[in-house]
Each structure stands twice: as structure tokens, then as C-alpha cells.
Design a protein around this ligand. Sequence first.
Ligand SMILES: *Cc1c(COP(=O)(O)O)cnc(C)c1O
Length: 422
Amino acid sequence: MKIETKCLHEGYKPENGGPGVMPIVQSTTYRFDSTAKIASLFDMPTECIYSRFANPTCDAVEKKIASLEGGVGAMLTSSGQAASLLSILNLCSAGDSFIAASTIYGGTINLFGVTLKKLGIECIWADAEASEEEVQKLFKPNTKAVFGETLANPALTVFDIEKWANIAHKNNVPLIVDNTFATPVLCRPIEWGADIVIHSTTKYMDGHAVQGGGVIVDGGKFDWAASGKFPDFTEPDESYHGVVYTREFGAMAYIIKARMQLMRDFGCYPAAHSAFLLNLGLETLPVRMRQYCENALTVAKFLESSDKIASVRYPALPGNEHYERAQKYLPMGTSGVMSIDIKGGRAPAMKFMDSLKLACNEVHVADIRTCVLHPASETHRQLTDEQLVAAGIEPGMVRISVGLENVEDIIADLKQALDTLD
Ligand SMILES: *Cc1c(COP(=O)(O)O)cnc(C)c1O
């Protein structure tokens, strides 16, 4: 099936006479007719037993997203942050390290650099454009993963997935890619060698700004046993009656271990109702992504022609530093998100934003409505100037998330706001 078809038909298969739309299973518990049956489910979790780590509505959405990304399994989480966190904790313990590209989402930078550090896990920052030799020098014997973002939020750079997958695999560790902005409609990192894909589903996947969530997808190709670096996968888990994940679950070892150890213990699982809303967003995702790309390219070309703007960053715009790479990894387009650098820096950037009438000033991105945000004073205000530069953020940068309004209305609004600047 092609992706448009999968978005509508994967995950939930109505039974004869059953509801045509995946129902919300609003129950925390499930009844079984014997103790032995429940006992067997603790051995082999093939059915839902408790809402802290499984639910049939969530399960259907997990299967759909796994299929969209070309993975073997997926696990929803209650936020994108929870997905990033668990994707790393499933591989790293105190005393371990992992490498992350420095051009990633500000919330992830803080999670990796501050909070994981307190847990004894070191994040080694890498320049996403560093050569293979330079990156190789960053690896330590305790390095367990590599992490990057397909389309960096808000730097809008394109991550060279193939290059990073090769480096990771040479060092016997998996590559994790945050594919939030691209969505599987525009790019499927697993096809380029990534092993694990994560998303903040709060963004395009939900698409309507109605509920937050995240997901982790397991590509199923990484050989945990051959790597020799992951005893938690290949030796008995005493907290789970001695199960050996690679032996018991094969290609799904990573995602089942994430559920049975981490979701069981942390419980950051979404509610069935959230999964239901997420599914509605997924059903129309391909149509929406196509229109976002079309609107954004038109807007980017308009903004490029303004003398109030120093630069427009949108990788699908000819002349962008990553244009060629974007054509390779994201041939349909690079989403609705772009960033512009307003001449004069912070003050004119804020004046421009305050003059907008249609585009909303909000802490969100990838919304169905056009919205703007000032990273330096809002989402990324916790970063030092040095980190801002490393994350590709200037004080005058405005991130514009082009929505699905008629593009002529969007441009008229941006134009009148630019006209207020001298
Ligand atoms: C928003 C975002 C996150 C965090 O997701 P939440 O749902 O807000 O927790 C992670 N990565 C990227 C690229 C994001 O844009």
C-alpha cells in the first residue's frame, strides 16, 4: 500500500458489522477467564492488560505509525519529550554516553544536556556538518547511540541521515532520528539507514493543535547481539522474570523492551482519547503535508524578495545551503516551517511579530493555522548565546510555521507586518 492508503487503512481492521472508525476503548483494565491466561500475558505481552503501558486504541495507532515509517513496531508516549527520553534510556544507563547533533530542538538540548547529565548519562554534542573523521574522534567505549533531527527545529537544516547511519553502524551503535517536521510523508529515515525514529506527534501528525503526544518507532534492523554493546538486550532481565529480549522478541527487541521496562516503570502512556484524535490527524496527513509544502514554498519566495529580511531559511528554496540534500531526502518538500532573519535583530523581529493580524503568536509549530515564534526570547531562552549559535539561532530569527489558509491571505498579512518596519 502507498502512504495515503496506509494512513486510512492500517492499524484498525473493522470486524464484520464492527464500527467503521476505530473506537475509543475507555477502560483501564481487561478481563480474562483464567489466572493462567493473565500469567501467560506477563510472559508474552500479546494483549492489553493494563492502561499504564497498553490500550487497544493506542495499539491501533502504534501499528499505523510503524507501518508509515516502515518499522516493525511502535510505542506511543504522552509527549514528544517522553519519546526522546525513552529512546535514549532504552540504550543508555548511568555511566554511558551518546552523540547528538547540536542542531536539534531546544527542549531536547535541555533534556540531553541538563537532565540526562543529572542521571549520569553524558551527551556528546556534534556539529551535524562535521566530517566522518571528526565525528569518529567523539566516540568513546561507552557511547551507545547517535541522535539527530531530519529537519532541525528551528535551524531548518537537513540532517544527512545516510552519513550518520554509516558512522553509527561502524561503531556498532544505532542511529535515532527525530522525524517530527518531516513526518513519514516527506521522509522515512529508516529507508536511509536510521534504526529508531521518534516524533513529537503534537506537531503535524496531530495537525490540529488539539492534543500532545509522541511516538517511538523501531526499524527492527539493528543487530543488538552482534553489536556486543547492549547486554540489557541479550542477557536475562531480572526485573521481567529473566526474559532475554533479543531471543524472545527478535527484530522487535528494542520496542518491546521499551514498553516492558520503561513504560511499565515511568507510565508516560497517552490516553485512548488522545490516540483517537491523533488517528484523525494521521488520516489526512498526506494531503495536508503536500499543501503545507506548496504554501510554504510560495511564502518563502515572497519573503526572499523583501528588503527587510536578511535571510530566509527553507531547505526547499533554491539556493538554500541544504537544497541538494533536501531534494535527496525530502523530494516532496520540506514542510511548512521556515525561519527568517529580520534585519536589525531582536527589536524589529518582535515588532514584526506583534504587527501580524492573521498569523498567531503562539508556542507551537506545525499547526494547521499559520503561527510565528521568536526562538531567542521564547522556546530557546534557556540556552546560552553560545548554545544559540550552535543551534543555528540568531536574535532576529522568527520561525514561521505556514498553515493551510489561502496562501494569498498569508502573504498579505506578512507583507503588511513587514511594511511597519523602517
Ligand atoms: C516539539 C518537539 C519535540 C517535543 O515534543 P513535545 O510533544 O512538545 O513534548 C521534540 N522534537 C521536535 C523536533 C519538536 O518540534
